[in-house]
Write a protein that binds this ligand. Structure first.
Ligand code: HSE
Length: 309
């Protein structure tokens, strides 16, 4: 096996209450990447289609993540990476994470899996550091582990894969405006009032409990963010309206996907998730901003192999 073509999923980070610690992987949206083992040492990005992104290895998130992995092995060979970029950068659904995680996952497979998933998260986080200035793991972890993930601790890195209730579907609307994660982080306050922290960690516990007990009502009640959403939602046109109408349509909850501008809702069953998509479209048609919209089951596998050569 010298070459792998993979699907690397888009992800929803934060999931309302879990800023920088919670994330989930999507099934129907993601990048396709081909990673090839070659005799020439080092890492080269040989092709990028779909988006205008740097091909220089040190300026590309997939390149940087791959280099972080290769720095920990002895090798007299290298890798070429081709990226079919289907997730737009600055969309809030883990564009940089999909490229970073995909690169290190495929290289690890081609090497015969010398590294465990936690190591791969560590390497992929270097891509996130390049993209946003902060090595957050809440997008790369669900891409690599699949399903819902919790970053219990950053130092030392401790990641837990959480149960995914089988009927949980996500609806994501991506308004065609770009919000850089670094900008969306710079506007945040650095301290949290105790009364907000109490409500927030109550919800994190509630969400995790709901995911393990398949309690959809509890999941819905827990999808509230008292800390980040009130600040960031100002950057997203019609956020409050989308949230209100999605919940009126039957969504369990609704919030900002990652650092935005995408907005996500979780629903029980595909039928409600599809109705929520129609509702979101109606709101955005009135706003007059173009959008992409996705309905997806939660992807419990993470990265998937499409072709082996
Ligand atoms: N937790 C990160 C943030 C995710 O909200 O800034 C970015 O996708």
């Amino acid at each position: 096996m010298n070459e792998l073509t993979i699907f690397s999923p888009a992800t929803i980070a934060n999931i309302s209450c879990g800023f920088d610690v919670l994330g989930l992987a999507l099934d129907t949206v993601g990048d396709e990447m081909t990673i090839r083992k070659v005799s020439q040492k080092g890492v080269r990005i040989t092709k990028i289609i779909g988006q205008n992104l740097p091909k220089e290895t040190h300026k590309n998130v997939a390149g940087v993540a791959a280099l972080a992995l290769l720095a920990e092995i002895e090798s007299n060979f290298g890798f070429e990476i081709e990226i079919d970029k289907r997730i737009k950068p600055g969309s809030g659904i883990g564009s940089s994470a999909a490229s970073s995680a995909g690169a290190v996952w495929a290289i690890n497979e081609l090497l015969g899996k010398p590294f465990n998933p936690l190591d791969l998260v560590r390497f992929a986080m270097e891509g996130e550091r390049l993209a946003s200035g902060v090595a957050h793991a809440d997008n790369v972890a669900p891409a690599l582990f699949g399903g819902f993930t919790l970053v219990r601790s950053y130092e030392p890195l401790d990641i837990i894969k959480i149960n995914t209730p089988s009927e949980l579907f996500a609806t994501v609307i991506h308004p065609q405006i770009e919000i850089k994660t670094s900008d969306a982080r710079n506007i945040l306050k650095t301290t949290v009032p105790l009364k907000d922290a109490i409500k927030q960690w109550g919800n994190v516990g509630g969400l995790i409990s709901g995911l393990y007990t398949n309690d959809y009502e509890l999941i819905g009640r827990s999808l509230e963010d008292y800390i980040i959403e009130p600040i960031r939602s100002i950057l997203i046109p019609a956020f409050d309206k989308v949230k209100e109408e999605s919940i009126n349509t039957g969504a369990l909850g609704c919030g900002i996907s990652g650092s935005g501008p995408s907005i996500f809702a979780l629903s029980k069953g595909k039928e409600i998730a599809t109705k929520v998509a129609e509702t979101m479209k109606l709101v955005y048609d009135k706003v007059g901003i173009e959008y992409d919209i996705h309905v997806s089951k939660v992807n419990t596998k993470g990265i998937k192999i499409l072709e082996i050569k």
